[in-house]
Design a protein around this ligand. Structure first.
Ligand SMILES: [Zn+2]
Length: 210
């Protein structure tokens, strides 16, 4: 747990993202970016791209290999698929964030829950919608590994993934400093079938400081 000294009242930008909405925005090199879990145990599914060449983007495997740890928290450097630092986590009052579980999709709704859940909203579709609205020709092929901020997905001793109860709470946040110009895309998870958010997806708020 590492708290931040940044003052929300002095942020250059802030925006509430409702559950089920996407948010795409540039974060300039040197700026500080915070995601705030307003009501607790929400999952903010997030993709990061390099602003100047979106073929360079966040890589879970490079990040895990670089830090020799499966979970994201203070001190983690989020690495790109080309092995470059993208952002560094500088504060975290939640303590652990997942980058193994992937984003929910209509397909995973079927596999995890029931065939009838197929048409329900899912992060993968929200990412596609966000990329389409952003323009620049990005789309389905640009959805690679993501981070699930505030989501607790422990790996068991025999290597299984478990979607455990959340460890976040209202007002917890994670904060990072951009090491290059970044495009961030969040799908604020709309999932209604997962007990880890008490079947109740809620808003998050983002902040950017110069
Ligand atoms: Zn989701």
């Amino acid at each position: 747990m590492t708290e931040s000294t940044m003052n929300p009242a002095l942020a250059a930008y802030r925006k509430v993202i409702l559950a089920g909405d996407h948010w795409m925005h540039e974060i300039k090199k040197g700026q500080t970016f915070r995601i705030l879990d307003l009501e607790g145990n929400q999952a903010a599914d997030t993709l990061f791209y390099c602003s100047h060449d979106s073929s360079e983007r966040y890589s879970a495997s490079d990040t895990i290999q670089h830090q020799q740890n499966l979970y994201i928290t203070t001190g983690t450097t989020l690495m790109s698929n080309l092995g470059h630092p993208m952002l560094m986590v500088t504060a975290d009052t939640c303590g652990r964030h997942d980058t193994l579980g992937g984003a929910c999709s209509r397909e995973s709704n079927i596999m995890r829950y029931a065939f009838e859940k197929e048409p329900m909203h899912a992060c993968r579709d929200i990412f596609i919608s966000g990329l389409a609205q952003w323009g620049q020709g990005m789309g389905k092929r640009d959805i690679t590994c993501n981070i699930n901020f505030f989501m607790n997905v422990p790996v068991t001793s025999d290597g299984e993934l478990t979607f455990a109860d959340g460890i976040s709470a209202p007002g917890r946040y994670v904060e990072m400093v951009a090491k290059q110009d970044i495009l961030a895309l969040i799908s604020n998870c709309p999932q209604l079938n997962n007990p880890c958010n008490a079947y109740n997806p809620t808003p998050v708020e983002v902040f950017i400081w110069d």
